[in-house]
Ligand binder design. Structure first.
Ligand code: C2O
Length: 331
């Protein structure tokens, strides 16, 4: 049985995975108490395709729109379910032991949506609604979030508009900027980050990143489990961080970017370097938009199995007849 949604009112404040005393974001990550009944999701009736764009290449008016939407989201009262703070708290709630699997009677089993096959689907839904809320706030149902295309050499730098602003005041007014992050050291995101600036020249860092991408998308992926992550079902304990069954993209490209964007001077590496605070940095969402893209792309990659090449006719090719003159050749 799959992990079910938790009982929303069973949420408790988190103390998991960070030092509470030095925490700079709230550990009360429970969503506002909803009196409404939870209903099933229905797909939008509008069937038009909304295209998410490469953030580095996005035209200025699109970035302006994105900033306006973010600004409107930040302007909502914190306890509004659509507020930026509420969005950030959702991540904390599902990652820092706020919930137990109470709905299945396993009230001692906590819910952790990382380190397992829940990683991709949870974040896909999370981004989906984040995007729709932003669109709604600017009255544009066609709105899409941009993605940080960090797997492409030309787009491995942190996006400039996240840091736009000539001084502190202007930066605080930039709704994409307001966050704790480490922008001082990296010119190029380090997909191999291990806690320190690699110090490599750009060309070398790019080639390391490309190797990591290839490893995590193809070379190290032997089956669906190695890509998506290990089984995590109702009644089971979460897979521990650093377990070998974490999916290939989650464990490397995902986590390294989190860590290199988080502020390493902070005790808890806020914002992006810790689950509890990661959602407070707008970079989180453009980063995850690219993580989600890896799922899309991986599904498109073709893997062949030797068993399928046994029946040649299924591959739909044949040879023109030519007599086998050697067949009856006497020895
Ligand atoms: Cu829920 Cu990038 O983590």
């Amino acid at each position: 049985k799959p992990i079910t949604t938790p009982n929303i009112s069973s949420c408790r404040a988190s103390t998991d995975g960070f030092d509470l005393k030095s925490a700079i974001r709230t550990n009360a990550c429970c969503p506002p108490n909803l009196s409404k009944k939870v209903k099933d999701f229905v797909f939008l009736s509008d069937k038009s395709l909304r295209i998410r764009r490469v953030a580095h290449k996005a035209p200025e008016d699109y970035i302006d729109k994105y900033k306006a939407a973010l600004k409107a989201m930040r302007a909502l009262p914190d306890d509004h379910p659509h507020s930026f703070v509420s969005q950030a708290k959702i991540h904390c709630a599902y990652c820092n032991s706020e919930y137990t699997q109470i709905a299945t009677g396993n009230s001692d089993k906590i819910i952790q949506i990382h380190n397992s096959w829940l990683f991709f689907p949870f974040h896909r839904w999370y981004l989906y609604f984040y995007e729709r809320i932003l669109g709604k706030l600017i009255n544009d149902p066609t709105f899409t979030i941009p993605f940080w295309n960090w797997d492409n050499p030309a787009e491995m730098t942190l996006l400039a508009f996240f840091e736009d602003g000539n001084n502190r005041k202007e930066k605080l007014e930039n709704p994409a900027c307001e966050a704790f992050r480490n922008t001082s050291y990296f010119a190029i995101a380090d997909l191999n980050y291990s806690g320190d600036d690699s110090g490599f020249p750009c060309a070398q860092q790019i080639s390391i990143n490309l190797t990591q991408m290839n490893n995590q998308m193809t070379r190290n992926v032997h089956d669906t489990r190695s890509f998506f992550g290990g089984k995590y079902v109702a009644g089971s304990d979460p897979i521990p961080n650093r377990d070998s069954s974490i999916g290939s993209i989650e464990v490397v490209c995902h986590t390294t970017i989190h860590r290199c964007v988080g502020d390493s001077r902070m005790n808890n590496k806020e914002d992006k370097g810790n689950f509890y605070s990661a959602g407070y940095d707008p970079v989180f969402y453009v980063h995850h938009a690219n993580i989600n893209r890896m799922w899309v792309e991986w599904m498109e990659l073709v893997r062949v199995y030797n068993k399928d090449c046994v029946c040649n006719d299924k591959l739909r090719y044949a040879y023109k007849f030519s007599p086998l003159t050697w067949f009856k050749n006497p020895t």
